[in-house]
Design a protein around this ligand. Structure first.
Ligand code: PMT
Length: 393
């Protein structure tokens, strides 16, 4: 899978550093040549000698204790790809701001190669606004972020923050090197639409755009040219161009204008099914009594794409509560290629969460349920599934 590829493995100082030794082994088994760069803190968890024994090369640990006068540029230029695993909160902060006060960050800055980052930290640290800002910057700068996963953490805690398993990192670096969506044009819809009742109020829903954003970012990190039609705050990422919309009508017009040029369309947006027929021009007043609001149907964005000839490979979503029977019905009746069903009433799934548990249906009714994953992991599996199912010709 990685035969002859030169991988720099950067290890920063967290307890998951022990898994980095196993990762180095898996990279070697996949045929890669591996060189490691460790922060001082990483050596508190795993000795440099361990990485030397696994890779056959003594790791770089400092700027100044090497025979090489410029170890970071030598390593950076050597790399076909770089991995930082585990990436601690401190390492991510330095990476986000380009603060190269250790040789790991110096190498990351000197490298032109794809960068895969596997965060690992406690849930509280992961969810802090500062960490989320840093991760957003890192993604915007083009890095591929895998995880963190939900599971046991240091000290017996459980939550999101666990470094993904080495096999997932090997797969991510292999995908980054093949950039299997190079040349693909992809459309993603995200967010919840807002349908005006009056200039102040609207009919809306709880969609945050996180699921659609993850799908867009994952596609761009695999090399796709992505158009994201969204009513939610978009990710800033190279390869993702954003069309901001508010209503179902605007989402329909933007989507239909773009879809004809796309290989794949993934419709993760929560589009209103009904809108007020005659939105008021002025704010409704309480003292004028209860308003009667007539509703009319909105355009079915997905159906419009399904009716195109030719049309992109089409992936729909279904937000259900309690049972996924409705998702199965949509999968078999909507003339689409895949349907992702989620129970939005289930804890950890659906609206505004960082995780999701989904079942993927094909039009013949067959179904595959995935465990609770981060939305980015759902996006990654979904793209694997799309690539396996879509014959691009
Ligand atoms: O954004 P997040 O907070 O991360 O939440 C993610 C999510 C719960 C919104 C997402 O996972 C999801 O389920 N999206 C689909 C929501 C939805 O509208 O489901 P639906 O079953 O009502 O619609 C079925 C499909 O038809 C969807 O692909 C939808 O985009 C599409 N649709 C619906 C109505 C309409 N007028 N036009 C459409 O295209």
């Amino acid at each position: 899978m990685l035969t002859g590829r030169r991988i720099v493995l950067g290890v920063s100082g967290g307890v998951a550093a022990y898994k980095a030794a196993y990762l180095a082994r898996r990279l070697m088994e996949a045929g890669a040549k591996v060189r490691c760069v460790l922060t001082d803190a990483a050596t508190e968890f795993v000795g440099a000698q361990t990485f030397a024994a696994i890779t056959g090369e003594y790791p770089v640990v400092g700027f100044f204790d090497e025979a090489d006068v410029s170890p970071h540029t030598t390593l950076g230029q050597w790399a076909d790809a770089m991995i930082i695993a585990p990436a601690t909160a401190a390492t991510m902060a330095k990476l986000a701001s380009g603060l190269s006060d250790n040789v790991l960050i110096g190498t990351a800055l000197a490298a032109e190669a794809p960068l895969v980052v596997a965060p690992a930290m406690h849930t509280e640290m992961w969810s802090k606004p500062a960490t989320q800002r840093n991760i957003a910057e890192i993604v915007a700068d083009g890095a591929i972020v895998v995880g963190p996963a939900v599971g046991p953490l240091a000290g017996g805690d459980v939550g999101q923050g666990r470094m993904v398993e080495p096999e997932a990192i090997v797969a991510a670096v292999a995908a980054a090197l093949t950039r299997e969506l190079d040349g693909w044009r992809v459309l993603v819809t995200a967010g919840g639409t807002r349908e005006a009742i009056d200039p102040v109020r609207y009919i809306g829903n709880r969609s945050s755009g996180k699921m659609g954003n993850a799908i867009a970012v994952e596609a761009a990190s695999r090399g796709a040219d992505v158009v994201l039609v969204t009513s939610a705050p978009p990710p800033a990422m190279a390869g993702v161009s954003v069309i901001s919309v508010e209503t179902a009508q605007e989402m329909a017009e933007a989507t239909w204008a773009q879809a004809g040029d796309c290989d794949v369309a993934v419709m993760a947006a929560a589009v209103a099914d009904f809108r007020p027929k005659n939105p008021e021009a002025a704010k409704l007043r309480r003292n004028e009594g209860l308003p009667a609001i007539d509703l009319e149907p909105t355009p079915d964005v997905l159906a419009g794409v399904a009716a195109m000839e030719p049309r992109p490979f089409l992936v729909g979503f279904a937000a259900e509560t309690g049972s996924l029977d409705g998702a199965l019905r949509k999968a078999t009746s909507k003339d689409i290629d895949l349907l992702v069903g989620n129970d939005v009433a289930k804890t950890g799934s659906g609206f505004a969460t960082d995780t999701n548990e989904v079942t993927v249906y094909t039009p013949d009714g067959s179904a595959e349920t995935w465990p609770l994953l981060t939305k980015r992991e759902v996006a990654s599996r979904l793209w694997d599934r799309i690539i396996a199912s879509y014959d691009r010709g």
